[in-house]
Design a protein around this ligand. Sequence first.
Ligand code: SF4
Length: 456
Amino acid sequence: MRSTKEYYTPDLARLKNLSTEAKVIPLAEATALLDGGELPSLSLAEVASLVKTVLQDPGGEVTRLILEKASAVRRALFGDAVVPMAPVEIANTCASDCVFCGWRISNREMKRLRMPDDLILLQVDYLLELGIHYIEFVSGDDLTAVRQQLPRLLAETQKLFESRRIHGKTCFCTMALTERQYVDLRDAGADAMIVWQETYDPEVFRQYVTDGPKSFGIRDDWSLNPGGDGWLFRYQSQERALRAGLEVALGTMLGLNPDLTFEFVATVDHARYLLENYPITADHPLIIGMPIWNPIPTRSADLRRDDLPSMEQVFPLFAALYLLSLPSPATWVFPNCRVPLSVQVEAARVAGAFTSTEVKLGPGGYLPSVIHKMEMRGEDTLALRKRLATLLRDAGENVDELARSLDEREQFVHHYHAHETYLRALAQAGLQVVRGVRIPASPEAASTDGHAVAYS
Ligand code: SF4
């Protein structure tokens, strides 16, 4: 275990050099690299070469080999199980300014909304009933939401788990915090945190994260740290959280930095450091996220670069390469709904032990589904619809209008399908969605202990 004063520090010169020096390799060389036993053991230089090779020829023979090998590793480590998660947005208000994000403070087109606790918990209850027991609370860099509302929601969700006899987990995704703040949120009921680094290159970070808490970091008293280094404060956040007793997630935004090979090996390097120095296990895994730069709902305020490469073709490949670079039951690759369902499912098939299914990315996003469900049970929803219309101020009480207005407040454009649709698509790919937050000990356990759902 590391001293509490030490933190991972990316060796930028070495990582950039690995990217520059990496060579596209032929099939025979790739086969030799990946043939070293059930679980591969790749150096960072070998990882860089494989990344470069698939980027140069995403439909080639090496690509097929990587997908096949990753799929076998996935089976060996996780059987056919995949753990579902869902984000629940608290507020789309944000004090930071990230060029790529619909919620950035400078986006005047975005209509802001902070959800009251009870309407958030109604959605949590809806997700638990679907069988999604890993709940991620999300907000922009909104100090009130994170300081005041998040601890209450964490505590109330733990009570919901208890009342439903669910062994669930709660997680939060918001600004990077101090160790003291992570301890407080753990004490309130949090199991895990998510912080996406966006980029391991400080210059790229400053180019795309231009103001607010994310730019500078914050202090224990929640004040902005003027002159602070938000990039450094962010990549050290996972270690502060681990020391506070939380599980963590990391990931770079694929495509933000044109040097994808650098970003990939930096992410692997960071993950390996955490795995070597902290008590990360199959029950307390490290999540490897795969955010990409999607368009935002307020199209006139979208600053997405025109020259961004499509990530759809390479998304399953990157998932596969993450798993081959970090082959462990304690490393869960996390394909998400930023890509179409078929691409997300393929990434899960070859590498993902953890995935989102039904996702809404704006505050209150699941409420139209909650209303539908209440109506199917014969319950009167007028009071709820009226209350929501009052909160939104730009929609009537009709559920379709409410849904349209809520969707306009999402952080970015993504792919939405009902949970059942994901279950079926994952089942067709040979995967079973676990009704819980752990991977069962064996595939047989998944189908016999009542903790998995299967569709034929
Ligand atoms: S990415 Fe996060 S911090 Fe940046 S603008 Fe969006 S919500 Fe705010």
